[in-house]
Design a protein around this ligand. Structure first.
Ligand SMILES: C[S@@+](CC[C@H](N)C(=O)[O-])C[C@H]1O[C@@H](n2cnc3c(N)ncnc32)[C@H](O)[C@@H]1O
Length: 316
């Protein structure tokens, strides 16, 4: 059996057909023999992928060396010019989720593998890495996890060596099997419930779905089907913006992080949202925004009548 085709160097025998038969020398642990040549039919696309990966592996070492040299240069320049480069590796190590005073949970629900093409799974991982990086650099990191972490998402993440040791909890189970159901709040822009305050006892779920709006309303539908609370960020209370109010995973994560750090919703939105969203602050609300205790912004009741997730914000 060929365990990992991409680890073997194929020998091309026929280049005229669409599908190409190649001979792959490989070590098969299940057999007594040492080297066995296997005939495997690969498509041109698969071969291209293998070649691309080989080229990437060849360049990887050199690239790392260059990156290290550049980082060294940058550090030396920053030191000489008194420039703050952010927390050091040592500082980062001491700032972990376990030691954080912030106990608010945020989990990314990675159960949407089958709805994404591989490019979008790549984007999901990129956004997840950004969430991780933001959390590592936060003064008080939130309790960050990935749920339903398996299959293609796990495979894509595995490209990042040592990810298992990162300060993130990786759960293969569904978020419903990890957290108490009554504490779960699924974040979804389609919810009629506006979150006024974050509750540090709640578990906020972000849908790990990069869909370019092709699956509109899916996370809301699933939250309703699963009987969990759901809520949307209070964008329209604090901002005027014509752009879509469906945000990326890392933007949602960062907004939550900033609010747990003590920023008002409005400050967090304006800091995090990209310029292309062209978001302008709603001036009438600015007085109450900073207090974070505005009673006038009541959540709308949900159409389904079940779920009212508006919870309290406690500052970390
Ligand atoms: C790119 S969106 C995915 C959109 C997807 N069609 C859906 O059904 O949610 C990624 C995730 O970010 C969160 N999200 C995006 N915009 C939000 C908003 N305005 N309020 C609350 N959550 C939001 C949701 O958890 C959402 O699943």
């Amino acid at each position: 059996m060929v365990n990992n085709i991409e680890d073997c160097t194929p020998i091309i025998e026929n280049t005229t057909n669409q599908d190409i038969t190649v001979s792959i020398p490989c070590n098969d642990d299940n057999q007594q023999s040492q080297d066995v040549n296997k005939d495997v039919t690969l498509t041109k696309r698969q071969l291209k992928k293998i070649k691309k990966r080989e080229q990437w592996l060849e360049r990887k070492g050199e690239k790392r060396k260059k990156e290290r040299a550049k980082a060294k240069e940058r550090k030396a320049y920053a030191k000489a010019n008194n420039i703050d480069l952010g927390p050091s590796r040592k500082q980062l190590k001491s700032c972990t989720m376990a030691d954080s005073p912030c106990k608010l949970n945020v989990t990314i629900d990675c159960s949407f593998d089958e709805l994404m093409i591989s490019k979008d799974i790549g984007k999901l991982i990129k956004q997840t890495l950004r969430c991780y990086s933001l959390n590592r650099r936060a003064v008080a990191p939130v309790q960050f996890s990935l749920s339903n972490f398996q299959g293609l998402t796990l495979a894509e993440m595995s490209k990042h060596n040592g990810y298992e040791n990162w300060d993130v909890k990786f759960h293969s189970q569904n978020y419903l099997d990890i957290f108490p159901k009554d504490k779960i709040v699924y974040l979804t822009s389609e919810s009629n419930n506006v979150i006024e305050k974050l509750d540090h006892d709640s578990i906020y779920v972000i849908g790990g779905l990069v869909d370019h709006n092709s699956q509109k309303g899916l996370c809301h539908k699933l939250a309703v089907e699963n009987g969990v609370k759901h809520g949307r960020l209070p964008l329209d209370h604090y901002l005027q913006m014509k752009a879509r109010k469906v945000l990326t995973i890392d933007h949602v994560f960062e907004i939550i992080l900033r609010v747990t750090e003590g920023k008002s919703w409005q400050e967090a939105f304006l800091q995090v949202l990209p310029e292309r969203k062209n978001a302008k602050p709603v001036v009438e609300n600015s007085q109450t925004v900073d207090s974070g205790t505005d009673e006038s912004q009541k959540s709308q009741s949900d159409e389904e009548g079940k779920d009212m997730p508006t919870s309290e914000v406690e500052k970390s």
